[in-house]
Design a protein around this ligand. Structure first.
Ligand SMILES: [Zn+2]
Length: 236
């Protein structure tokens, strides 16, 4: 009887092991991780674009600044020429026209410079905002990923524990009984039937009076008269 109980325990453990093999990390967690990873990738690429946009704006500001300086120099030269008394009045007029054109160019270049500087600041603002988002999402991802690894580890530990429990139990079961159990397993996935209320838990049919009588004896290895499973006398 004690032997059949061990086989019953083995059956329960192997049942748990079958279920355990199907255990996976919470799918919604995996889905969340995938979506966060995508968000991170999008943000990283946006940040990269913004950085090059910022760089271009910065270079444009620098080049406009240089153009401004050159313009100022030319203005100075023209002014000098106009007032040094070396020019005829007709030439002065020509120089003054050139100077007016330069002034116009300078003003428009200054406006452009301000505009690009503003663009550069706007880009910087957006970059900082996106960078903050990336930090937040990366932290979320990290927490969930730790959770994921923990779940995976727990599943693995449970599998190892179950395998160890099964090995230990098998060592306690005699070779003969185990052989019988495995033999019956070819016909029935669960070869031990528990008898409660005089019914076999494997086929749900009533056990004959004779079999019940045999089951009540201490060493009885009894098979179900319907399905042939080994019976465990375990009345509730
Ligand atoms: Zn049965």
């Amino acid at each position: 009887m004690a032997k059949v109980r061990k086989l019953w325990e083995l059956q329960l453990l192997e049942e748990q092991q079958e279920k355990q093999k199907l255990q996976i990390v919470d799918p919604s967690l995996v889905k969340q991780l995938k979506s966060l990873k995508q968000e991170i990738e999008v943000l990283q690429s946006q940040l990269k674009d913004l950085k090059s946009q910022y760089q271009r704006a910065k270079e444009e500001v620098n080049s406009l600044e240089r153009a401004g300086v050159e313009c100022k120099e030319k203005q100075g030269q023209l002014n000098e020429k106009i007032y040094d008394g070396s020019l005829q009045s007709k030439e002065i007029k020509n120089y003054q026209q050139r100077l007016a054109k330069l002034n116009e160019e300078f003003t428009s270049s200054e406006d452009k410079q301000l505009e690009v500087m503003q663009q550069r600041e706007d880009i910087k603002g957006i970059w900082e905002e996106k960078k903050q988002q990336l930090t937040t999402i990366t932290a979320q991802y990290k927490t969930l990923h730790e959770n994921y690894l923990q779940q995976k580890e727990e599943i693995k530990t449970r599998a190892t524990d179950l395998a160890r429990e099964i090995t230990e139990l098998i060592q306690e079961i005699g070779t003969e009984e185990l052989e019988l159990f495995r033999q019956l397993q070819k016909k029935h996935r669960r070869p031990v039937g528990r008898v409660t209320k005089d019914t076999c838990s494997g086929c749900h049919l009533g056990i004959s009076f004779d079999k019940i009588k045999q089951l009540k004896t201490p060493d009885g290895v009894v098979h179900c008269n319907h399905c042939g499973r080994l019976l465990l006398w375990d009345p509730v």
